[in-house]
Design a protein around this ligand. Structure first.
Ligand code: GDU
Length: 76
């Protein structure tokens, strides 16, 4: 089974470069970023560079209701 990695801040400078490396290593990547210091277009650029799909969700994991939506089995 392919490993899935969650990268928070994955459209930022360090995050996007990390995502490219992870994809090129054959891992599946999901990015959560609130886009306060980056643009969603970065996802398209990553996909163009790697030829691989990135799952993207805009939001902040510090927001409890948002976190629960994506990680419903997490405990309080
Ligand atoms: O509460 C937050 C804060 C940030 N982000 C996102 O996290 C990513 C990374 O944030 P930063 O901008 O703090 O970090 P970067 O690694 O992208 O860039 C930082 O490091 C770079 C060099 O390493 C440059 O110095 C740059 O100016 C500096 O912001 C961004 O996409 C931003 O939108 C969130 O989703 N939530």
């Amino acid at each position: 089974m392919m490993k899935k990695i969650l990268v928070t801040g994955g459209t930022g400078y360090i995050g996007s470069h990390t995502v490219v490396q992870l994809l090129q290593a054959g891992l599946e990547v999901c990015v959560i970023d609130n886009l306060c210091n980056s643009k969603v277009e970065v996802i398209d650029q990553i996909q163009k560079i790697t030829g691989k799909q990135v799952y993207f969700a805009k939001g902040d994991i510090r927001d409890r209701s948002y976190f629960k939506k994506y990680f419903p089995s997490s405990s309080d």
